[in-house]
Write a protein of this length. Structure first.
Length: 164
């Protein structure tokens, strides 16, 4: 009973976005949204009109991304086309490694979370979705599939951002 109370208490103080995850909220089609100006440690949402290049990232049921590494220049805006060639749901989430691992752990506890962030693409089998991202900082960042078990199975890639 104590554990149940503690869990309910903790849930009450989580932001609503942390409790949301599912195919219906990732990359939801509909009216175009304003481009977010929120800066993250790995950059910010990019303007689709200012894309430098497009990188197609294939996701497979072998729990791999192809390519597993992408090299970009600081300030470059990339259109990632996340393509799910598998038979199960996959996602591509950009971020730094620590945040991806932490979010993955949270998703294990709350597998039905729903959220719609510009750095995420939740892709049903046989479908594609896009992420347009501007890498404002140099460094090494990652993309991963945070569905339970996928990251642990090796479904992670690197983005190397070269300084200007």
């Amino acid at each position: 009973m104590r554990k149940l109370f503690a869990a309910a208490f903790a849930l009450a103080f989580l932001p609503p976005a942390a409790l949301a995850h599912g195919p219906e909220m990732h990359g939801k089609a509909g009216a175009p949204k304003a481009i977010s100006t929120e800066e993250h440690s790995f950059g910010r949402q990019g303007d689709p009109k200012k894309v430098s290049r497009t990188v197609t990232v294939d996701m497979s049921d072998a729990m791999r991304f192809s390519p597993s590494e992408v090299r970009v220049k600081q300030g470059e805006t990339i259109r990632f086309v996340a393509k799910n060639g598998g038979k199960v749901m996959h996602e591509m989430v950009l971020g730094n490694l620590a945040d991806l691992k932490a979010h993955g752990e949270l998703m294990k506890k709350f597998p039905n979370m729903e959220h719609d962030e510009p750095y995420m693409a939740h892709v049903p089998p046989g479908k594609t979705q896009e992420i347009v991202w501007t890498f404002t900082k140099a460094g090494e960042f990652h993309y991963g599939c945070l569905l339970p078990g996928h990251l642990e199975a090796g479904m992670i890639g690197r983005v190397i951002v070269a300084a200007k």
